[in-house]
Design a binder for this molecule. Sequence first.
Ligand code: PMP
Length: 325
Amino acid sequence: MDIKNGFVGAVGNTPLIRLNSFCEETGCEILGKAEFLNPGGSVKDRAALYIIKDAEEKGLIKPGGTVVEGTAGNTGIGLAHICNAKGYKCLIIIPNTQSQEKMDALRALGAEVRPVPAVPYKDPNNYVKLSGRVASEMENAIWANQFDNLANRRAHYETTGPEIWSQTDGKVDAWVSATGTGGTFAGVAMYLKEKNPAIKCVVADPMGSGLYSYIKTGEIKIEGNSITEGIGNSRITANMEDAPADDAIQVDDREALRVVYQLLRKDGIFMGGSTGINVGAAVALAKRMGPGHTIVTILCDSGSRYQSRIFNTEWLESKGLAVNL
Ligand code: PMP
C-alpha cells in the first residue's frame, strides 16, 4: 500500500518532468520539478509545512493558535491548507496587487484575508512588516516570516534538493531558480553544492528585481518591472544571505510569456508566470553551456492561478504584451 497521511503527508516527492520542446530547442536536458503537484498547488507547501512544524517543535504555537503571514499568495495558500489540517487559524496580509484567484482561494480555505496597499519594504506599512506587528499583538499566534525564517530554506535543503539528486542519479550540471524569499533557490543550491561543488547554481530574475545586479556586481539596482508574481526582491533575505549563487540570468516578460505559452501548447503543461522566468533562464543557460547538459528548474504553480491575467488576452493587451495565439 502507498497511502499518504492527510494533506501534510502528501507534501513533496513531486515528479521531475522532462520539458521536451525546450530540450529539442537547446539540445540539453531541461527538467522541471513539478511543484504545482503539491497538494496545495505550489512550491510553497514545503516551506509552509516546515515553518509550522518548526514553531510546533519550539513550542511557539499551541492547539487553536493562529498563523499570521504577509504573503503574495502561494505561501498563504499552503499555510491555510496546513492550518486546516492541523486545527490552527490563519490570517493572511496580502498586497492588493495580487491576482483575484489567489485571494478567492485563501478566503475559500477559511483564512482571514487582509489586502493592504503595496508599498516598498522600507515603509513601516509594508505587508511583511505589518504581518509581524499584527502577530506580535495576538495571543497564541506565530508570524511565519517566510522571508527570514530559515525553516523555509531547510525545507528545500532536506526535501527538494535530495529529491532532485536522487531523481537524476546525481547527473545535474546546473540548478536554476527564481527567488521570492530565496528559500527554494538557497536550500536546493546548498544541498547540491555539498553533493557536487561543480553544479552551477544560477538565480533567474525578473525585471524590476535587485537580485540580478546584486549577484553580478554586489549592488542592488532595480530597473523595469514584471507581470510575474511571487518572485523578485529588493533586498537580500536571511534565506538568500549565504546562498551559493554562481551567476544570475535576467528574463523579461515577453520571454517568460513565450515560454509559458510554449509549455502549454507544445508540452501540455499549464504553468504560472514565475515558471516562465525559471524555464526561460534554463533555456538561456542551456544556450550558453551548449548541448548535452542537464539543467534542473522548478515548475512553481499552475496557470489556473493566473487565468484572469496572463491567460486573458485583454489583460495582456492592457499591459502591451499581446501574445500571438
Ligand atoms: N513562484 C511563485 C509563484 C511563488 O509564489 C514563489 C514564492 N513567493 C516563488 C516562485 C519563489 O519561491 P521562494 O519563496 O522559495 O523563493
